[in-house]
Design a protein around this ligand. Structure first.
Ligand code: ZN
Length: 407
């Protein structure tokens, strides 16, 4: 059985150990030592430690039958192993994990709410609390109480008890093991069975900040950061607020109000632009109609646009064919593709879908629609003119065969 030194001393960063078992499978080494500093992955919601053994990076650490297995891509080539853990990662985990104990005990003491789950992620951590919902005032109350515990710098002790001693302690939750139950005690405030790594006094947590919360499976999921992660979180948010405040030329405390104002102004301007664009398009539609060419009493329109969106063209086409006796062949070139739309007024009895199907291959495209209006896109932009002229030839042929007989 591997002696788990991180349980006795979570502050030890370097240790020598002996190799008990080494196994090579699937190109990686699985090594068991007589003792270790490495915390295994996601044991009790906490991720594994990072670090090296004999200067070789440890790529995974897991628990197997009370042993800790270290996974490395290279052999350590010695029975003596020198273990070094990445202290920044370890200490961050200790801060977040202890912060979770504090938050959980505050929810328990203030609202009699249980902690149902805990996850310590690479950036944020969360606890699931048995409350149906939360108010901002509750969040503030919990944060204030939790940080009072932090600032009071209470001692944190870990010790083992037997099954019979369980009833003698006011444990916040039941232990998941029957023997050698490890208790993490925050100085008479909180007693919890836990196998993770924690700081030795609450002051080292630094600060606890709830970032946000959401309803989750009938409970609330609370995302939080502690210590160095809280500083990192505050740093970028502070920079953003300062940048926004400079952009808006407002005091930092007035930025939210300023953003609301810009947002409302933007909404109004967008509406004005939409209205103006719509008016402009009405003029444009009139101009297009005036430029149409008569063929056998039908007005034919054919245009290729390079500076308009297909949405605009479709809108204009729909407006044009509301009038009787129009046929429109419109196209848009957008970057390396083109789109066409073939349409006609209701009183012209020719099948635009059939014509579309005959010409769309010219621009290597596809699309769909109905006999009155069919549209699609293609990738061969060089052939767009040919596609349009072929469409017009086919339309004229259809018009010729129709003669003056219109529906
Ligand atoms: Zn813990």
């Amino acid at each position: 059985m591997t002696e788990k030194i991180y349980k006795e001393n979570s502050y030890l960063r370097e240790l020598s150990a002996k190799v008990i078992k080494k196994e090579y499978k699937d190109g990686i080494y699985h090594i068991i030592l007589n003792r270790t500093l490495f915390y295994p992955h996601f044991c009790g919601g906490q991720p594994r430690d990072e670090g090296t053994i004999n200067d070789i990076q440890v790529i995974d650490v897991y628990e197997h039958e009370e042993n800790i297995v270290h996974v490395l891509e290279e052999d350590i080539l010695d029975n003596q192993a020198n273990l070094v853990i990445d202290w920044e990662t370890r200490f961050t985990h200790m801060q977040q994990h202890t912060g979770q104990h504090i938050l959980s005990t505050v929810f328990s003491k203030l609202y009699n709410a249980k902690t149902i789950g805990f996850h310590l992620g690479s950036e944020f951590s969360y606890v699931d609390i048995s409350l149906p919902q939360l108010e901002n005032s509750v969040i503030e109350k919990v944060e204030n109480f939790a940080n009072k515990i932090v600032f009071s710098n209470f001692d944190i002790k870990t010790y083992q008890i037997g099954k019979n001693d369980v009833s003698n302690l006011p444990l916040r939750k039941s232990p998941s093991v029957e023997k050698n139950i490890r208790i993490v005690e925050i100085d008479n405030i909180d007693y919890t069975p836990c196998c993770g790594t924690h700081v030795r006094n609450t002051g080292e947590v630094g600060i606890i900040k709830i970032r946000k919360w959401e309803k989750y499976k009938g409970n609330v999921r609370i995302e939080f950061v502690c210590g160095s992660r809280a500083l990192k979180d505050y740093r970028w948010k502070n920079r953003y607020i300062n940048d926004i405040s400079n952009l808006l030329s407002l005091k930092d405390s007035n930025t939210l109000e300023g953003v609301h104002r810009v947002f409302e102004e933007n909404k109004l301007q967008s509406k004005e632009i939409r209205d103006l664009k719509s008016k402009l398009m009405e003029y444009e539609i009139k101009e297009i109609i005036n430029s149409s060419k008569d063929y056998r009493s039908v007005k034919i329109i054919s245009n290729i646009y390079t500076d308009r969106s297909f949405k605009d063209i479709r809108y204009m086409t729909a407006k044009i064919i509301e009038n009787p006796s129009f046929v429109a062949v419109m196209a848009v070139i957008e970057k390396d593709k083109c789109q066409i739309i073939l349409s006609r007024s209701k009183d012209i009895n020719i099948d635009m879908k059939n014509i579309f199907n005959n010409v769309i291959g010219i621009i290597e495209g596809q699309g769909g629609g109905n006999p009155q209006m069919t549209q699609g896109g293609g990738t061969n932009v060089d052939n767009l003119n040919k596609c349009i002229s072929t469409s017009l030839s086919l339309i004229k042929k259809e018009l010729e065969s129709l003669g003056s007989a219109r529906c």
